[in-house]
Design a protein around this ligand. Structure first.
Ligand SMILES: Nc1ncnc2c1ncn2[C@@H]1O[C@H](COP(=O)(O)OP(=O)(O)OP(=O)(O)O)[C@@H](O)[C@H]1O
Ligand SMILES: [Mg+2]
Length: 509
């Protein structure tokens, strides 16, 4: 018997114009958590998709549980005991949570679905892995991204798998939820499950993984231990170098920009039950961070400013003049841009080309009929600027890697040349190299006198980049902290206190 539950050797995968995997190896031990790392477009998702039969590989062998396997469809892999939680979630939004969990294998009572059993089984599953804030009968579409992710994980567990694949599972979760997920993963590992863990978050990889493998541009770089003292141990700097192929300089290059006039003033803004009485000012040259736990209402505030939710009370002023925002068109008219948190749901037109996706919020600029040459020139410029990895501008967006899709969204909003750019989790799922490029870009935009609102659940990011931080908790603004007060040792304590308490701090209306 081999010591591995899974051995992938010499895997090849070619897409038109792209060699996504070139002679790639991957080996997984049972009862271990194995990190898969590499830059955006390195081939991580492709590798696991070839494993589960979502893609058909062009070469190489896969030995699973002692036998050679070739899964033609995902169901075969699931039945054999390999399940996957995808990078881009794909729930059936109109159906209930339990329908989503048991999709395609619902319990029957004669010819009718046994709803009672389904609810019981789902609850049992949730109890087993400690999910207590989701009801089996909840509608999927009413759940936050984080909760949907939990449902997906429960679903993976429900198949009693020997191998569970997680493709960037924590990108939408905050610290508390990540801890919860890690507990579930450790339990699974201790029961002998092999877990493939794809992530861009270094500290997480070291916390949760036993081993890791690194890929670069579709090739296999090597496998290492994350345990200090082990002969094949790799430290964080070594890991970054293995991934990027060069040394990467400091993260969060905070440059103090000249702070100018107030560009946006938000006064007692409320939107139904989403959030209440939120007031703050944004000045030119400023990066205003928004921190809080998932469910704090940060995304909702951003979306409301962008006309996606109705304003039930309050006022918005731009450059001192009150403006009315009832739709995204109004927001764009007033030169606001929004890079959304939920790529799949709200931002991405997967079937359209990269080029179309870059220009889509800016079509007016290209006249009627559309001037295609100009459109291509502009999109090429931003594709280059952000180093989007794509074989051509005509590539369908859904064929790009997750991180590269995010870069295309960033390009879209840069092209509209907004005065105020609202970015919601701008670097979620983006690799270290591209992350520092996006941070540098935000800093540059602030330097040009724009106002930036940045929602981020990553504390180092929000603390590294912001001039001031607005903290929210369950729909209330609980505090606004100056850089001088959080950019000190232990400065995150106050932030966490505001984020977890509904008590309003002094001086906040
Ligand atoms: N269906 C597809 N059609 C064409 N090209 C594809 C397809 N899927 C992936 N690719 C290309 O294969 C390469 C590897 O993509 P993959 O999604 O595996 O990267 P990744 O390592 O998961 O990146 P990320 O960290 O951004 O998620 C990329 O260049 C991508 O554009
Ligand atoms: Mg991926």
């Amino acid at each position: 018997m081999s010591e591995y539950i899974l051995e992938m050797t010499g895997i090849e995968k070619t897409f038109p114009g792209v060699k996504a995997l070139d002679n790639v190896d991957f080996k997984l031990k049972p009862g271990s958590i194995h990190g898969v790392m590499g830059e955006n477009g390195a081939g991580k998702s492709t590798l696991v998709k070839c494993l589960v039969g979502l893609y058909q590989r062009n070469g190489g062998t896969i030995i699973y549980d002692g036998e050679e396997v070739n899964f033609k469809v995902v169901r075969e892999a699931l039945a054999a005991g390999i399940s996957m939680v995808h990078q881009e979630l794909s729930p059936v939004p109109e159906r209930s949570v339990m329908d989503n969990v048991w999709l395609g294998r619902v319990p029957m009572k004669g010819i009718i679905v046994d709803k009672k059993k389904m609810e019981r089984d789902t609850q049992e599953l949730f109890d087993k892995i400690g999910i207590d804030n989701i009801r089996p009968t909840d509608k999927m579409k009413n759940l936050s991204v984080a909760k949907m992710q939990m449902v997906e994980i429960a679903k993976a567990v429900s198949w009693n798998s020997k191998v569970v694949i997680m493709d960037e599972p924590t990108s939408a979760l905050t610290n508390r939820e990540v801890e919860h997920l890690f507990k579930i993963l450790r339990d699974l590992r201790d029961q002998g499950v092999g877990i493939i863990y794809i992530s861009h978050k270094m500290d997480e990889i070291y916390e949760i993984c036993d081993e890791l493998s690194v890929y670069r541009d579709g090739t296999y770089v090597g496998s290492y231990s994350t345990k200090e003292g082990a002969p094949d141990y790799i430290d964080m700097n070594g890991l970054i170098e293995a991934m990027v192929g060069r040394k990467v300089t400091a993260m969060f290059p905070k440059v103090d920009c000249e702070i100018g006039e107030t560009i946006l003033k938000v006064e007692n803004l409320s939107s139904g039950k989403l959030f209440r009485n939120v007031s703050f000012e944004l000045r030119r040259g400023e990066i205003l961070g928004f921190a809080g736990l998932v469910g704090a209402g940060r995304t909702e505030v951003c979306e409301t400013l962008f006309g996606l939710h109705p304003i039930t009370s309050g006022h918005i002023y731009k450059d001192g003049v009150e403006i009315k925002i009832k739709s995204p068109e109004d927001a764009i008219e007033h030169k606001l841009g929004l890079i959304t948190e939920d790529r799949r749901g709200k931002g991405i037109f997967g079937l359209l080309s990269v080029s179309r996706n870059v220009v889509v919020s800016n079509l007016k600029k290209y006249g009627f009929p559309l001037r295609h040459a100009k459109m291509r020139k502009d999109s090429q410029e931003y594709v280059d600027k952000l180093s989007v990895k794509t074989p051509s501008l005509e590539q369908k967006l859904m064929n790009l890697s997750g991180g590269n899709q995010q870069k295309v969204l960033v390009a879209r909003w840069l092209l509209t040349n907004p005065d105020i750019l609202i970015v919601d989790e701008p670097t979620r799922g983006i690799d270290v190299g591209a992350k520092s490029e996006i941070h540098a870009l935000l800093t540059q935009l602030a330097g040009e006198g724009k106002g930036i609102i940045m929602v981020s659940s990553e504390l180092p990011e929000v603390m590294g980049m912001s001039d001031r931080i607005v903290v929210m908790h369950e729909g209330d603004l609980t505090g606004i902290i100056d850089r001088a007060d959080f950019n000190v040792p232990g400065g995150d304590a106050k932030l966490l206190e505001y984020a977890s308490s509904s008590k309003k701090s002094e001086g906040v209306a």
